[in-house]
Design a protein around this ligand. Structure first.
Ligand SMILES: [Zn+2]
Length: 122
């Protein structure tokens, strides 16, 4: 892929739904990068689903990369909104990224404790 358009990465801003309409909440394990305020999700990150299907609730999901994107953070593949992912029970997830993707540019998350400057107290 040589174009300037970067594939849309999946972030915590994405709306993730199971086939029963349960809303997913993604849990980023490596919150170092963000796109428009959403934390970028990486392969093997998990999430929980508020699934209303009582007989066999979906419970959650673990994100997998289809390998269509070479982007990695700390050696882990970045998940794209277009990657096919499933619930723990094997059902397809609907993932809609809402963070926007005008440039797909990654930004460092500016709230690491080691970056706080103690001299600012004066
Ligand atoms: Zn479900």
């Amino acid at each position: 892929m040589t174009g300037a358009h970067v594939p849309q990465v999946l972030t915590t801003n994405a709306v993730i739904l199971c086939p029963h309409g349960g809303i997913g909440t993604s849990i980023p394990t490596n919150p170092k990068w963000s796109v428009n305020g959403g934390i970028v999700l990486l392969e093997n990150d998990t999430g929980t689903l508020a699934c209303p299907f009582l007989l066999l609730p979906c419970l959650g999901y673990q994100l997998r990369s289809m390998g269509l994107n070479m982007s990695r953070i700390d050696g882990r593949k970045v998940i794209l909104a277009t990657d096919f992912n499933r619930t723990f029970t094997g059902l397809p997830l609907t993932m809609t990224e809402t963070a926007g993707h005008c440039d797909g540019e990654l930004h460092p998350v500016q709230r690491f404790p080691h970056e706080m400057d103690p001299d600012l107290d004066q």
